[in-house]
Design a binder for this molecule. Sequence first.
Ligand code: ADP
Ligand code: ADP
Length: 228
Amino acid sequence: NWIVKTKNLKKYYQLGKNTVKALDGVDFAAAEREFVAIIGKSGSGKSTLLHMIGGLDEPTSGEVYVDGRRLAGMSREQLAVFRRRKVGFVFQSYNLVPDLNVYENIVLPIELDGRRIDRAFVDEILSLLALEEKREALPGTLSGGQQQRVAIARAIASKPAIILADEPTGNLDTATSHDVMGLLKVAAKQFQQTIILITHDSDIAQMADRIVHIEDGRIVKAGDTYAG
Ligand code: ADP
Ligand code: ADP
């Protein structure tokens, strides 16, 4: 079963007389529970694709379906709810609130969304991401790898259908990057979440179930998926 699908997705930017084809007809799909890495050079369209899937930006043409919903058919309000309920974002920067501790940062989006906090679930996430000892710590006292683990925990805690990760290891050294990605993978498998990761680092991409290669706004190699 597909959880994400794009059909002939195009995103063109007009820069004066020039048209930048950031996405030029992308048919992308991710299966439920799959961990897909999208790899490509800087400027190949990776972030643009992730933004379309996450409903952060509108395509020029083509369709995006997430969890059975067509994004273009949603109102602004529905799209906002979709992003809060269905998508967990992880970026290169951790975007933690400095004067809230680790636990408070993790549950903040759930509270802002007016949902009940599943404390047992949050505890399980803290344990899987090796953050139990850091529960009361402020972000400023944590290493980069620890802060990114908190950002991952926050994304997972709102029980999204998909986790969209944009160069999450971009600020981390090689060993820490592998540790953090390993924990993200274990946690997502445990909670049956789909991960779509963008990276330019082929070592990190190797950790995924499948690697999709993008060049100049087109998918040039997509690999085999286990979705029917
Ligand atoms: P990647 O994430 O692979 O580095 P991007 O998706 O960020 O690539 O960018 C793809 C192309 O689209 C690049 O040529 C980039 O310069 C261009 N682009 C991205 N966003 C904009 C924008 N807001 N306005 C104009 N061009 C853009
Ligand atoms: P194709 O065989 O052309 O790849 P699909 O069978 O994947 O087409 O999709 C056919 C239609 O199913 C789409 O046009 C869309 O309306 C719907 N659809 C696509 N993805 C999903 C999804 N994840 N969940 C539910 N419906 C979907």
